[in-house]
Design a protein around this ligand. Structure first.
Ligand code: HQG
Length: 182
């Protein structure tokens, strides 16, 4: 299996485990878990050939550790990034560091300056501790710009923060007065 195959499988997994499980007739539980055999069977019906070995390699080689396998090796899930309403992953609340970063594209700045950071289709606003990740994330949508979020001050004022298994930070909404342009 080459890196192109792995990349394609990773994108397909992100699609069905975060956004459209119903596209292959897959059920996710509220914590996002999908039965691996059902996933493989559902994917095959839509022409995506997966097997356990490929899934395990995708999970272990994911640069952002996007996926997790259950302890009994029967289930797989995305650890963050969901938009599907069937999932309501119960993240553990955590005190954030003083600052977190959000990567976006310059074309979104005007709207962000009016509304703050909103989750959009996903369940949360995604933030990272390091700037490099934020630059890469912003790059996906255009000319990247990194916003610095006063996370600890938000937390002290009652906003909830969560950290996913892969260290991505999540929160519901970031009002404009906590956002600074780097
Ligand atoms: C922007 C990737 C206009 C926001 C990454 C972003 C992340 C606004 C876009 C994860 C806005 C949403 C999530 C507002 C926010 N007006 N635009 N008020 N507020 N936006 O993809 O954070 O590689 O849903 O800045 O690493 O880019 O897929 O969110 O540009 O962790 O594993 O609206 O996805 O992970 O885009 O990315 P997204 P995101 P993976």
């Amino acid at each position: 299996m080459n890196s192109k195959q792995l990349n394609e499988a990773s994108k397909f997994l992100s699609y069905v485990l975060r956004h459209e499980p119903q596209s292959i007739g897959l059920q996710l539980d509220t914590e996002g878990w999908a039965n691996i055999d059902s996933l493989i069977a559902g994917a095959a019906k839509e022409g995506h050939i997966l097997n356990r070995e490929l899934l395990l390699v995708v999970v272990s080689s994911s640069d952002k550790k996007r996926f997790a396998i259950s302890n009994d090796a029967q289930y797989i899930r995305a650890v963050q990034g969901h938009s599907t309403e069937s999932v309501n992953l119960q993240y553990i609340e955590k005190e954030p560091p003083e600052f977190l970063h959000h990567g976006t594209a310059t074309r979104f700045l005007e709207s962000i300056q009016q509304q703050g950071l909103i989750a959009g289709a996903r369940h949360h606003v995604h933030l990272s501790q390091d700037m490099a990740t934020a630059v890469t994330v912003g790059h996906r949508y255009g000319k990247p710009v990194v916003l610095k979020v006063e996370a600890l001050r938000m937390h002290q004022q009652g906003f909830n923060f969560f950290q996913a298994e892969n260290d991505v930070w999540l929160t519901g909404h970031v009002p404009i007065f906590f956002i600074h342009q780097e």
